[in-house]
Design a protein around this ligand. Sequence first.
Ligand code: SAH
Ligand code: SF4
Ligand code: F3S
Length: 456
Amino acid sequence: MQNEYQSVRAIFDPERLQVYIETYGCQMNVNDSEVVLSILQKAGYALCDKIEDASLVLINTCAIRDNAEQRILGRLEVFRLEKKKNPGLVVGVLGCMAERLKEQLLAHPVVDLVAGPDAYRDLPRLIAAVTADGKQINTILSHEETYADISPVRMDRNAVSAYISIMRGCNNVCSYCVVPYTRGAERSRDPQTILHEARELFANGYKEISLLGQNVDSYNWKGVPGSEQTMDFADLLEQVALIDPSLRVRFSTSHPKDMSDKVLYTMAKYPNICRHIHLPVQSGSNAMLEKMNRKHTREWYLERIESIRRIIPGCSITTDVIAGFCGETEADHQDTLDLFRKVGFDAAFMFQYSERPGTKAARHFADDVPPEVKTTRLNEIIALQNSLSLESNRRDIGKVFEVLIEGPSKRSDKDMVGRTSQNKACVFKASGYKAGDYVNVKVVDCTSATLLCELA
Ligand code: SAH
Ligand code: SF4
Ligand code: F3S
């Protein structure tokens, strides 16, 4: 057991070359950093947690909104100071911003290496070439790369919960979104490699697996060439759920236009598939949804919500929303607030529209909602969602939930924190339990963000 465990966790070895990795952006980027670490461990590196100890610094970046990129440019200034202290330090920029800006980033004085999301197998060669010949870049996107054969080296805190990317890229071209350009075309990963990875994690003590893709509902494995065999997302979900009833399965992100009843019925059939669906709506206005190229209406979205409630009672529903998209009127904004009230989301990620160069929206529509109006609308959505989250949590008071313990709470070592199947954070006093244990708790009180519980 101990040996196998080593194979999925990061090695800390002072005798090796040291790499320091910082990750920004979505869960898929976090998982990509684990793929990168796997490739680098094989090339003789070990992960370090202090930049001062590193000979190689990698920053895995996000390009989704302008403020995400600004934050990364700020970090590069910090690396510039580190490089003054240690001139041999190699600085590499990976991920979506690397893919978007390419040579522009390579020209940054502190950057030695730029590698896009499909170029990570090339990292050992690129790093060696930096030392020999100076700056290096590989931002070639692939139609096939899924890193299917690479076992990610896990960097999570507690070895309870792990990500598995089941696909890469996106074919949807929502008009505001940079992802199809930074991650390339959608491709599904061989299900056998996904199941192998999930089984290995479970054998090593992991209790929760999150299957990741930009649009998991379009997962489609066409099988080996020449064979008729195909597998959709519901089939894959079922296979992962069957690994063990004590293995929790989560997934993200669902797309309202593609989320099928077959997926919902599969969830209903297996209690270990968590009762939570993240279903980004982006706007409650049909005019905005059309302009965003989301390919569904408000009515379609509300029908999907009804189906979730009917087929999986007790399922939590969360969303993403964008305030102030091109041409958004006050009436459009009111439609969004109204949809939020109708659905009563359990939680939401809420953003102001940020124009991304090269996207369809940037090319065809004016970014014409004034910044202060975007902020006002966003704040109204946030205020409404806070009250909806509080209402949702209040409805849980008095109920008993099975919680998977993640470890001590950040605020106090005496409290434990864990999550319900619905993905709500629970805080409770418990001694004699550890991360990875399941325990039943009763909700006695709440805030808008947390359920306050006691052992049931
Ligand atoms: N694939 C997922 C989401 C990926 S990006 C999906 O289709 O839902 C995560 C969220 O960032 C999006 O859901 C959206 O709400 C937000 N987002 C994407 N592009 C944005 C932009 N240009 N400005 C503001 N928010 C954006
Ligand atoms: Fe972007 Fe739309 Fe693809 Fe999500 S589905 S990653 S929002 S293009
Ligand atoms: Fe950001 Fe790329 Fe993810 S743009 S949100 S890191 S896919």
